[in-house]
Design a protein around this ligand. Structure first.
Ligand code: HEC
Length: 132
């Protein structure tokens, strides 16, 4: 009698386990899918916010620690993408300003450098300094 009233424990447990497995599988799939596409840009923004904004400002407008990246001397006709990437990787001596030198980012991969240079160009574009 008591045995009849109890739900079959094996079944409901199996159902719960398989539901949990599905949730994990769907979660993993969602994580993988959201990782695809537009990754370079997202990473560039995050890299810039973490590593550059402290000196150059969130929008590249400059701070007391570093110059504005919206300065005319950093537009593409004065500083190419390759030159900019080299400066970021190797650092920049105190040269144009009196903030002191800029530290290099030797651990940035080529993709990171490309992404962060692209962010600087986007900031210059958003400031109306480059053709859209
Ligand atoms: C500790 C402060 C500091 C940090 C952090 C920093 N910079 Fe700089 N950056 C400077 C200073 C100072 C200069 C100007 C040096 C000079 O010419 O006198 C500079 C110059 C530059 C230039 C001009 C390069 C050139 O060749 O003249 C670019 C582009 C630049 N920074 C981008 C970045 C990016 C992108 C990051 C993050 C990956 C970054 N900076 C992180 C301080 C900083």
């Amino acid at each position: 009698m008591t045995g009849m009233r109890q739900p079959a424990p094996g079944t409901s447990r199996a159902a719960r386990v398989s539901a949990a497995v599905w949730l994990v599988a769907v979660g993993l799939l969602a994580a993988v899918l959201s990782g695809c596409g537009a990754e370079a840009e997202a990473d560039g923004r995050a890299l810039f916010a973490t590593n550059c904004a402290v000196c150059h400002g969130a929008a590249g407008e400059g701070t007391e620690q570093g110059p504005s990246l919206l300065d005319a001397r950093y537009l593409p006709d004065q500083l190419s993408d390759a030159e900019m990437a080299a400066g970021i990787r190797n650092g920049v001596p105190e040269r144009e300003f009196e903030f002191g030198p800029m530290p290099g980012f030797p651990r940035f991969e080529d993709d990171d450098l490309d992404a962060v240079v692209e962010v600087v160009r986007e900031l210059q574009r958003e400031a109306g300094l480059l053709e859209p």
